[in-house]
Design a protein. Sequence first.
Length: 282
Amino acid sequence: MKALDIEAVQAFILVADLNSFTRAAEALDTTQSAVSLKIKRLEDGLGRRLFWRTPRLVRLSAEGNAFLPAARHLVAAHRSAVGAFAVEHRRLIVGISYHIVGSEMPALLKRMHASDPGLVIGLHIDTSRSILEAFDNGELDAAIVLRQDTRRRDAEVLFEEQFGWMAAPDFSRSPGEPLRLATQAEPCSVRAAAVDALDRARIPWTEVFVGGGVATIGAALSAGLAVAALARRVAPPDTIDLGSRLGLPPLPSREVILCSKPSDTRARRVLRTLGAAFAAAA
């Protein structure tokens, strides 16, 4: 067997982690066809089928699952060899809206670190509005937020976030009782959209819990205290969308965008990886 192409192995790991040739291509700043060619050559060199592919699904084959741990070790060893020469540390400060931070965050941070272990990552979690203000003031290198308006035409759209009326499965509302809501503290665009939808539908509501992030709101939902307008992707796994059952109006979807400033290659590469990983998790 010929020596393995390290770039092909890196592409293989990205496709496996992101479950997508398209997202892997975005992370590598190349085309899907180029990634497919790398994987084809790797499969030919190994004499093994690494992925099963359909138009809508990419999954590892049994041989791909067996190869993945060794591939990670190979890339780590390659990185260690290259790192034998001092690499300048680079600090990257990223702000992320707490509306879109879900259980995938550890995997995203791991992916960012894997793409550049010499990178020092600073992470700020806040409202989309506050994150954008900090970005505009030069305090952040990048921002991943819910789109607030029609400006920022240079922002990259990562995916469309779908919202629902999330609650514990056994949550109930008595006839004539105002809908019990858990909300984020004002000002919050998601809160505003939720109460506006209820008001237009003439559904009475009352706030029974005000939190400061998805984790606290999720705890209130899991405890059965209230209903909340949350992205389905980040809602606690023990909650469901009760909108139809409770006769609640649909909530608008929102674009998740990436705004960035870094001009150096290292930072752009990591941000490409982060954006692709976020989109793949949606």
